[in-house]
Design a protein around this ligand. Structure first.
Ligand code: HEM
Length: 127
């Protein structure tokens, strides 16, 4: 490529740190525990691949798993509005922990908000 994408500036190392900080929170979040597998090793690996391409880097996820079809891949799991909120809170806290530079953080987080809302496929349990 002869142009710069967010992935180039954030870097593989920072992205990996961010994803580990994120899943550390997912693993103990009361709303998310029942949805995610107990062992998050493979989940983290796939998410790093996906975020790499989401941020404009190499298409690591697609190369190994095919078309992302993210909403379809989430259909096996009940994604409520509360779960989307919890997911985003874990991400915001992870971004704080790794001190993601504000110039990436704002645009990256806004985009994740849209993607997370797009994943919602069922109502909250008590509604
Ligand atoms: C996989 C939950 C939002 C990207 C998963 C899995 C769960 C989950 C339970 C399966 C984990 C596994 O079996 O290893 C949620 C919830 C969300 C959410 C509750 C709240 C809205 C997102 C968003 C993105 C994303 C916003 C991307 C920006 C992925 C990827 C995978 C995944 C890449 C791996 C897919 C695969 O197995 O091939 N998610 N997710 N998720 N999620 Fe999410």
């Amino acid at each position: 490529r002869n142009y710069t994408v967010p992935y180039d500036e954030i870097g593989a190392e920072k992205l990996s740190e961010l994803m580990h900080a994120f899943y550390k929170r997912v693993a103990v979040h009361p709303v998310l525990i029942p949805i995610f597998p107990e062992d998050l090793t493979e989940t983290i690996r796939k998410q790093i691949q996906f975020q790499t391409q989401y941020l404009g880097g190499p298409n690591l996820f697609t190369e190994e798993h095919g078309h992302p079809m993210m909403r379809a891949r989430h259909m096996n799991f009940p994604i409520t509005p509360d779960a989307a909120q919890a997911w985003l809170e874990c991400m915001a806290e992870a971004m704080d922990e790794v001190e993601l530079e504000p110039k990436f953080r704002e645009i990256y987080y806004k985009r994740l908000v849209l993607t997370a809302h797009h994943m919602i496929n069922t109502q909250n349990i008590d509604e």
